[in-house]
Design a protein around this ligand. Sequence first.
Ligand code: UDP
Length: 455
Amino acid sequence: MQNKAKKPHVLIFPFPGQGHINPMLQFAKRLHSKGVKVTMVPTVFLSKSSFFDSSASIDLCIISDGFDEGGFEQADTPDAYLSTFWNVGPKSLAALIKKLGHTAHPVDALVYDTMLPWALDVAKQFGISSVAFFTQSCAVNSVYYHVYKGHLQLPLRGSHVSLPAMPPLHVSELPSFVAIYGLYRAWFDVLVDQFSNIDEADWVFFNHFYELEPQVVDWMSKFWNVITVGPTIPSIYLDKRLENDKDYGMNMFKPNVTACMSWLSGKPKDSVVYVSFGSVASLGIEQMEEIAWALKDRNGYFLWVVRETEKPKLPHNYVKETSHKGLVVTWCPQLEVLSHESVGCFLTHCGFNSTLEALSLGVPMLALPQWTDQCTNAKYIEDVWRIGIRARPDEKGIVRKETIIRCIMELLMEVGKKGEEIKKNSIKWKNLAKKAVDEGGKSDKNVDEFIAKLI
Ligand code: UDP
């Protein structure tokens, strides 16, 4: 590639949410490290409001979603946000590609988030290569694909669903937008519409590695040019090929790095329960309290991420009363935390990035899924990859304090035998994740082949 006069120029266009930016920005860094010119395309509001690490040497070019002053929060409803974005976004993206066409680096390919399918139409308009990048798992997307095709009729009848290349799924293990049909109509439409034009994409990328879902990947490969390019985890934790790359590099919330890392240091190995529900999930007060009492009554160490907007749900005086055993922060450097030797398990909402991160770092998970794809991820964590336990809710849908305490004790190997097997499996998957992205691993080769086709 060094002999070529011109580097290919790839635009990376994520949906403006933390769980979408992280894997796509990490993928951007991977391309950049292999000699590709890469430009990330955040929305105006995201670029103004995020904490961006400029050392990643990735160019940024902004487009508008129609809410330049406040992003998603500025819109009255998800519907209002999405319909405005769908109207303003294509014009703004087209104007950007046109403008770059008049520079020394016209765009060769657009890697777009599949939540933004109209971006593919824009790429076609300019005759550039198009890559559909999924930030959720293959299994989850296979469910949406079957809904799109009408093979899975909604509302569902019966308690289980059997789909090709996947284990039978109980209704409660399906993505919530499908299981509770009609409740989240705007998001449901977006996820089903991912498939409206995907047949025209030149490539379809998944942010995981082949061994995680071989059957579904093979099944999907019958329709599209599918490749696995992940896990897209900052380099220092897996392949170590990008120097000092220990964070994704774009945070919508400011992490309390020093507070977290100094608190963790000195804690005994595998003694801390790390708790986080990601960037979006909002817990009911009753559930929040059950978690709070579980962590307090267990009387072991915990590090809990409670976003500013969730803080009022904590019991009165909780942070102060638990400060001898716990640290509550509004955002943390999650990868650094997960890779710290004092962390023994991860109580997680099972967002796909958090799932992949814990899997890649070998941290056993206690799954408390809330909505969207998290229930399906939790099923795979417990039954397919066998790297965690699902904490079962009661008939009111609340996971009780006693259940949480028992599951933590199992994972930390304080009771029963399950924890040992889970730890062994976690180490196995960690090694496989590393192998996939190491030089010559399957995901790494896939990325090289993609680049070779662009030249
Ligand atoms: N994250 C973080 N600090 C935190 C909590 C989360 O950096 O305190 C990151 C985490 O590493 C992951 C992302 O935010 O990459 C959350 O994505 P995920 O898909 O797990 O959940 P979502 O936020 O989309 O529900």
